[in-house]
Design a protein around this ligand. Sequence first.
Ligand code: BGC
Length: 755
Amino acid sequence: MDIKNLISQMTIEEKASLCSGADFWHTKAVERLGIPQMMVSDGPHGLRKQDLTKENFNESIKAVCFPAACALACSFDKDLIFRLGQALGNQCQAEDVGVILGPGANIKRSPLCGRNFEYFSEDPYLASNIAASHIKGVQSKNVGTSLKHFLANNQENRRMSVSAEISERTLHEIYLAAFETAVREAKPWTVMCSYNRVNGEYSSENHWSLTEILREKWGFDGFVVSDWGAVNDRVKGLPAGLDLEMPSSGGVNDAKLAEAVRDGKLPEKALDLACERILTIVDRYLSGRDEKAVWDKEADHELSAEISAQCMVLLKNEDEILPLSKDKKIAFIGKFAEKPRYQGGGSSHINSFKVTDALTASAKYAKVSYAQGYDTAEDVTDQALLDEAVKLAAESDVAVVFAGLTDLFESEGFDRTHMGIPNCQNQLIEKICDVQPNTVVVLHNGSPVEMPWLSRVKGVLECYLGGQAVGQAQCRILFGEEAPSGKLAETFPKKLSDNPSFLNFPGEGDRVEYREEIFVGYRYYDYKDMDVLFPFGFGLSYTTFEYTDMKVSADSFSPDEGLEVRVTVKNTGKMAGREAVQLYVSDCESSVIRPVKELKGFEKIYLEPGQSGEVVFRLDRRSFTFYSEKIHDWFAESGDFCIMIGSSSRDIRLSKTITMVSQETLPFRADPNTTMGDIMDNEKARPYIQPLIDDYVKAMNLDGDMTELGEATKLMMEAQLRDNPLRVMVSFTDGRFTHEDIARICNEINGEFSK
Ligand code: BGC
C-alpha cells in the first residue's frame, strides 16, 4: 500500500470516516481506493470472533479458551506465555483477524476489581514482562495485539467516567510501569485507551498519556484505539493521540471531525496522521497474511492444559496430602469438579469448543466418587446436596473440594463487594472437615479470596481461571503426573481490610484517590511487616530446590553499566519440577521512601531430580532507580543496594549487597524556609551552613558540659536544629547571623547548584 499517496487522494470526509469502525469489529474499507477492512476480535486468552452476518451474532465462533491472565502470570514463565501468544496469533491468521484485543496489563490494585481475572499482577514488573511475552508471541505470527486498558483502569465501578487520582511518582512507578516494558520491548501494533479518566482527563483524549508518554517517551508507533465506547470528545481526542474510535458512532463523530477540519479547528494533518497510523497496521497485517494457517483446535486444547498446569499454585500441602494416592478412596466434591469455572464473564468470554472437567479427566488416574455439594445459581445451601457430600466425604479416605467464585461473584462490569467465596461453599468445606481430616480445596477465582477454613484443610491448590482444559491440568497436578510450579502473582491478604486500597476503593462519586501511592500489594505488606495469608511469589512444589553460588558481576557499579547476577538452583527432591526464581532489589538507604524490595527479575527453570542449572539475570539502570517528581524522571541515587534471590517475596534464599556509584544529583534550591536538616543531608550544600551549625552549638552550649542539661535535652536540641528553617537560626545564634546573612547563604548554595 502506498499509504501517503492513498491518503492524499482521500476527501476530508473519507479520512474522518476511516478513523472509526465500520461496525463492532472492523475498520473501514475505502472501496474506491482499494483499501480493505481489517477485523479485530477479543482477546485476550482466546479468540472471541463474532459473525455479524449470523442471526445470533453475539455468539462467537467455537474456539479454545486458554487460562486467563490471573493464572498466566503465576507461571512466571516468559517462554510459556510466548507459546500461548503464538497459538493465538496462528488462530487469528486462520480466522483472518488482524488484531486480537489484549493483553490487559492493568495493575490488580484491589482484590475487589471485578475484572482482575483479565489482569496479570499487583506488580508492574511482572505484569509488563508477561504482557511483553504475550505480545511477542502473537505478533510473531504477523497479527497485532491491543495492549489494554491504558491507563489506570483498576476497577469496574463507574469505569466509564471515574477519575483515578494518582500522583506523578505512583503513575510512573506502578501504573505506567505495568505497560512500559510491554510497549518498549514488544512493540504492540495497537494500544487500547481505557474508559476512565486519569487526574481528571479522559484517557481517550489525554495528550500526556497517549502522546507524550506512549509515543514520545516509549517509542510506540502503532495506532491507539478507544475502548469500545470510550470516546468523550472526539475532536479533542484525535490530536491528543486517539487514532481509531471503536466501534463507531454511526458517523456522528466522523462528521464532527470533518467539520472541525473545515472550520480550521483541527489541522488536516492530524487527521492524515491518524489515517496513516491505521493504514500502516492494516497494511502490515495484509502483507504478512498467512492464508494457509491451520487452526488445530485439539492441539491448542492440549497446549491450554499444559499451560494451565504450569500456572497452578500449590498453597498448602500438609502431610504431603498431595499428590493423591491412587489406591485410596477419593471423593471429588463440588460442582466445579464437573462444571469448572474456567473463565470470567464479559468481553473475554470464549465459546469453548470443548471443556475438560476434573471428574472426567480423573478416569485416567483413579476411581473417583463424586457429589455436587452446592449449586452455583445462587448462594444458598442446598441441604440435600450438603448431606450427600458430607456422607461421601466421611466414607472416603480423602475429600477434594472444588470451590471458588461463581460468575455472580466476579465479572467484567461490576466489582466484588467482599473477598469471600459463596457462603454455601464455605459451609460445605467446614462440614466436610468435621468428618474428614484429609481434605483438599481446589480453587477457581480471578483474584484473592478469604479462606476461613485454611487451618482445617490439608491442601489448597489455587487454579485461578484455568481455561477450558482446566480439569486435565488439575488431575495432572492432583495425581502427581507433574509437580506444581506456579507462584502467586499477587498477595493474598488475611482479610480485605488489610489491603492498602481498602479505604479508597472504589472511591467516592466519580473520583477514586490512590492514596496508598506506590505501596500496592507486597510493597505495602512488606513495608508494614504484616502477616499475610500467602505472600507474593509464593507457591509450593512436590520437589525441593536448593539455591547456591550467587554471583554478582561487580561489587560496585555505575547505573549505566548494570549488573549480571547468577545463581545455581538444584532440584534436591525426587521428582522433576520447575522453579520460578525471583530477584528482588532493595535500596538500603534512600533519600525518599521506597518499598522494602521490588521484583526486578524472574526466570523459570526445569530440573530433573538431582540436576542443577544456572539462572542468569541482567539488571539495568531501571532496576535501581526511583521516579523523582523533582526532575520528572527516573533518578539513580548512589548507595548500597541489596540483591535478593528468592523462592518467594518472603523466602529469600541468597543475597548480596553492592554499591551503585552514580554521578546523578537532584536539583537543590535553598531559601530561608528550607530546613537545616534538608541542607545538612545534602553533601554539596552542607559546608555553606557549617558556621550556622557551629554558632548554634555554641549558643545552646551543646559542646559544653551536658551532665546538667541531660542527654535527652541534647537530643531534643539536635533534632530541633534539623527542623529549624534557616530563617529561625537568626534567633538561635545569639544575633550573630542576620536575615541578610541567611539570604547570602541561600544565594551561595543556589550558586553552587547552578554551576
Ligand atoms: C472491553 C474491552 C474489549 C471491548 C470489545 C470493552 O467493553 O473493556 O476490553 O476489548 O469491549 O469487546
